[in-house]
Ligand binder design. Structure first.
Ligand SMILES: Nc1ncnc2c1ncn2[C@@H]1O[C@H](COP(=O)(O)OP(=O)(O)OP(=O)(O)O)[C@@H](O)[C@H]1O
Length: 610
């Protein structure tokens, strides 16, 4: 960690430690509320800010935990610590059930569904007699820790802020881990994650449960801080307040949760004190005040207050990145099949999009250690074929065998984990992640550390291996010196090469490349060609779609040519080049002479199709 960052953390910790000594009861209670709010907002920073799933129902999880522990300790007189376990269990199970039902909803439907369950859970609290209906439950016993009673808010203060500190550390660790890279890639879409062997739904579900558990811890602390629970602090209005905290502080920064909670709580209290001086309708105006703050933030400070701080410091407080790979043993390597054995067999593949037959009864094989080019004019069905064989899209009929096993119908992530890695025609990198993190994501399917072990830093050994692998692959493509730059800062052509490094980090048997040379300069193309030849020499099998005929002809062992969705022919480059049908497909039959170099098939075909 950088020195200035350590100093800032130390100063904040000392100030927080000294605060109860100098603040009155009101100040301490306010800081307690800020700490509890920060825990919920922390979950929202992860879920909404990083993971891209907006929740308007987080207060319901606070409520579930608060009521669970209140009920267990007041009605059944269990220890508050058993109450904590019960509260977290109930919150986790509720989040799992709600997540399973709603997280597959796309677009605006997910936030809408969070409003629905947020409303219904809060209403439920008010309608259950055993939970005190609308009056709630009081006389929650005080907490005690190592024989010390925490009945005094000053004593609770230390517990709350130690928990907040530990929660921030846990979330920070998670974000820097294998799970964290998957979470940070959620906005890149399910296909990207599946291509590295990850299940986007499971990642989102785990994140949803983590955010709910943070809200659950907040609920447990709430119950013992206030020693009274009633339905209203857990309704959708409270959820919106938590969301406002996360937005105000900065959805992209964990520390934004703390800053946002402080801003919203202080503002809420200030409005509560000030508005009655001017009007009797202070309560209503307070809601208007918050609405205006929300609008101003969305217009002028979407990155929140911490976004300003990050920009102001120019990232100087960012953790110091290591400029060398860690010294760690290599990740386990896959046994590559013997050269010449069949790696891939596509059998009578058909794909229909409504009335359009994009792939029509195509069959071909790819053997271990060869480079096969899939070529054809624009719209021939090459990318669709890639999507079918990688499991990205389902076939209408036909089958695919990979390494001797039928993989037709298997999810993309399962096929990826069996050793098929791909790149995309439209590059799918995470622009705000470093080159190193983007490549490390590729090793997801080879490793297994989950969120819990990452949060507790029990994944150190595996993480060092992943980092070492990512450095190795970056070095292979000549980008190691730029490891800590953001992927979005690279030119498009270089981003394509970075995608290859990510695919290589998966230790593939078959590398499926969709137009890797597009946008590359001459020298970069030469280097790419050298890299692919080197990979072939190492035993990696490569299937490549490419429009640059010069590049393809010099590189591949065999070509499969598609036209209008069907296979036109296949064979060695020289024979394919001399094939009149192929020339006709590329040049529309307008020129019947052999074309030794077809530089721009797109233009030729555009002319042909006209
Ligand atoms: N999701 C889709 N829905 C409907 N039609 C599609 C879809 N994807 C592809 N197509 C159509 O299928 C045909 C084949 O497209 P595809 O992208 O596979 O061709 P291609 O050979 O990869 O072309 P290019 O070289 O331009 O990338 C095209 O007519 C395209 O419009």
């Amino acid at each position: 960690m950088s020195r200035p960052r350590l100093i800032v953390i130390a100063v904040v910790a000392v100030l927080l430690a000294l605060a109860p000594a100098v603040l009155g009861n009101f100040g301490v209670s306010l800081l307690n509320d800020i700490g509890i709010g920060a825990l919920v907002a922390l979950g929202l920073v992860l879920l909404t800010g990083v993971g891209g799933a907006t929740s308007f129902g987080q207060a319901a999880f606070v409520g579930i935990a608060a009521y669970a522990t209140a009920w267990l300790t007041t009605v059944h007189h269990y220890s508050p610590w058993i109450g904590l376990l019960f509260a977290l269990l109930l919150t986790g199970v509720a989040a799992l059930a709600i997540g399973l039902l709603t997280l597959r909803l796309g677009g605006h439907f997910l936030p809408l569904s969070t409003i629905a369950w947020g409303l219904s859970i809060a209403m439920l609290f008010g309608n259950i007699e055993a939970l005190g209906s609308h009056t709630g439950m009081s006389k929650i016993p005080a907490l005690s820790l190592f024989g010390v009673s925490l009945v005094d808010p000053r004593a609770m203060y230390y517990l709350i802020w130690v928990v907040v500190g530990l929660a921030v550390l846990f979330c920070h660790n998670v974000l820097q881990s294998r799970s964290g890279r998957a979470i940070r890639s959620l906005r890149g879409g399910g296909i990207l994650l599946a291509s590295v062997g990850a299940d986007a739904f499971r990642v989102r579900l785990a994140l949803f449960v983590l955010a709910a558990l943070l809200a659950g811890v907040a609920g447990w602390l709430y119950a013992y801080t206030n020693r009274f629970v009633s339905p209203s602090p857990f309704d959708v209005r409270a959820s919106i307040e938590y969301l406002l905290m996360a937005v105000a502080g900065g959805l992209g920064q964990l520390t934004g949760a703390l800053v946002g909670a402080a801003v919203v709580m202080v503002m809420k209290n200030a409005l509560q004190d000030l508005l009655p001086l001017f009007t009797q309708r202070g309560g209503e105006l307070q809601a208007v005040g918050f609405a205006i703050l929300f609008l101003l933030l969305l217009h002028y400070a979407r990155a929140g207050l911490m976004g300003f701080v990050v920009r102001w410091t120019h990232g100087r407080f960012a953790p110091k990145a290591s400029s060398a790979p860690p010294d760690a043993p290599a990740l386990a390597h896959r046994q590559l099949p013997a050269r010449g054995t069949r790696v891939l067999a596509v059998r009578n593949a058909v794909k229909r999009f409504g009335g359009l037959v994009a792939v029509n009864d195509v069959s071909f094989d790819v053997a271990a250690g060869e480079i096969v080019g899939l070529i054809g004019p624009n719209g021939a069905g090459k990318s669709t074929m890639f999507n079918l064989l990688t499991g990205t899209a389902p076939m209408t009929s036909g089958g695919v065998e990979f390494l001797g096993e039928d993989v037709s119908g298997l999810p993309q992530r399962v096929i990826a984990r069996r050793g098929m890695a791909r790149t995309f025609q439209h590059v799918k990198l995470r622009p705000h992640m470093t080159l190193l993190d983007n490549v490390a994501l590729g090793a997801h399917g080879r490793t297994g550390a989950g969120m819990l072990s990452a949060g507790l830093r029990m994944d150190r050994k595996e993480e060092a291996q992943i980092q070492a692998e990512a450095w190795r692959q970056l070095d292979r493509i000549g980008l190691a010196s730029r490891a800590h730059e953001l992927a979005g800062s690279l030119p498009l052509g270089t981003q394509r090469i970075l995608e290859i490094a990510r695919a290589l980090a998966a230790d593939p048997v078959l590398l499926v490349l969709d137009e890797p040379a597009a946008g590359l300069r001459r020298k970069e193309k030469q280097e790419l060609g050298e890299l692919l030849r080197k990979l072939r020499a190492e035993g990696v099998t490569i299937l490549i779609v490419e429009h640059d005929m010069d590049f393809v002809m010099k590189l591949v062992d065999r070509l499969v040519v598609m036209n209008f969705g069907s296979k036109l022919t296949e064979g060695e480059p020289a024979s394919v080049r001399a094939n009149p049908d192929v020339q006709a497909a590329y040049l529309g039959g307008a020129v019947a002479v052999p074309a030794p170099r077809v530089d721009e098939p797109r233009k030729a075909v555009a002319g042909a199709g006209a």
